[in-house]
Design a protein around this ligand. Sequence first.
Ligand code: SAM
Ligand code: SF4
Length: 468
Amino acid sequence: MTLPQRTPSHRPDFPVDAEETFRRLAGANPFRRREAFSLLRSLSPRRRLSLAEAARLLCTEDPMVWETASAMARAVREQVFGRRVVLFAPLYLSNDCANNCLYCGFRRENRDAIRITLSAQQAVAEARHLESRGFRRLLLVAGEHPGKTPVEYIAGVLRAIYRETGMRILHVNAAPMPVDAFRELKAAGAGVYQCFQETYHPETYARVHPSGAKANYAFRLTCMDRAIPAGFDDVGIGALLGLFDYRFEVLSVLRHAEHLYERFGTFPHTISVPRFKRAFGAPLSMAPLPVSDAEFERVVVVYRLSVPSAGVVVSTREPGTLRERCLDIGASQISAGSRTDPGGYGDGGRRRESEQFEVDDTRPVEEIVRAVLRHGYVPSLCTSCYRRHRTGDTFTEMALDGHIRDFCLPNALLTLAEYAVGNADPELRERCLAAVEDGRRDLAGSPLRPEFDRLLSRVLTGEKDLHF
Ligand code: SAM
Ligand code: SF4
């Protein structure tokens, strides 16, 4: 295979060494069909794809091999999480940013952007809006601005939302920080800390991040090595697909995941699959190395087979049909009804000048719930693991042993029942309750079934937040 532009940087002290990734890809031979079949059929949560195998799979073009890999990804997903699909919404706090990422509408030099940093009370109003739509977990997202979005600001918003709404867990996607700042964020109750490397290719990274704190590749690459010791046992990683060769990026994400497992005993809690979208006011109007839908699906499959315990997250950047297909090939979390302009939920109307990028799947959450049900999955608003200390290495080991799914289905059903009870649309309510009844039958042999029945009857009479 040919890879664009080799990197001269060789930093074996980094969590991910770009040179090593190039060598691994350059030396990878495509699988022959029979060889691939026997490997793929041997995969399970405990027998995951190695880096070398992932590199070979990424170099294989045979559609039959990918069909089998997709089927295995679906099977592995079911062994780890069962039939549940986690739903969440992002809450954009601020589009003020001191960085200049060439692809992002929030960049400092976008003079046409209308800048908004929500006050804690405005953020609470947004969270209340999302709560009224059924969400119980949010991902708070902010630009990086020392004056407007320091950690004290984000921590203050977290506290206000926990104090004044029924949100149960708040995750954060924000710029890398020093250890003390991570501690402060954790102390305010943040769940998962999420940060995407964007590209693991140092030269491309330098080109698309020309100035601001984010120009520091190493500080970003090592952020989880600070976040985890500061108390974030659950972290989320990812690469922004389209900036560089996607196979290089995928292998780098996987190497990053291995690094976290080797050093901290925990795989990343989530791996996100963001793909480049054109953004208002961003000079990079096209992805330098676009990733097709078929390649995007391969990425989802490889992430699932390589890091079975991770939540693989597909956002509303992607069209609805592709997102639904991804559920069948390994994705386990999707955002719904998203707005990428701060204050956008309460406002209703679209404000292009404040958006980070244009979302593709604009369906409201109710439609997403229907779509997930149509595909035979259980929409889940569960937040139990974070609150019952099934996190970090405990979560990783339970997931790989197939024990997390024992909790996933009953918890997903309890949250779906709660969603149904609170839903004004009688048709949707009936559909959700029918799915709860179906799922209840699936719990027939489970030791949790008697307690599940007790909790379910309490939820159906209006009690909230009951979980295992
Ligand atoms: N400012 C922080 C940072 O850059 O890490 C956190 C928030 S940033 C708004 C969240 C993510 O959005 C980025 O990490 C990037 O991957 C993604 N993003 C930015 N511009 C994008 C675009 N044009 N298309 C798709 N994703 C984009
Ligand atoms: Fe700022 Fe993040 Fe956008 Fe870069 S991606 S301009 S750091 S908000």
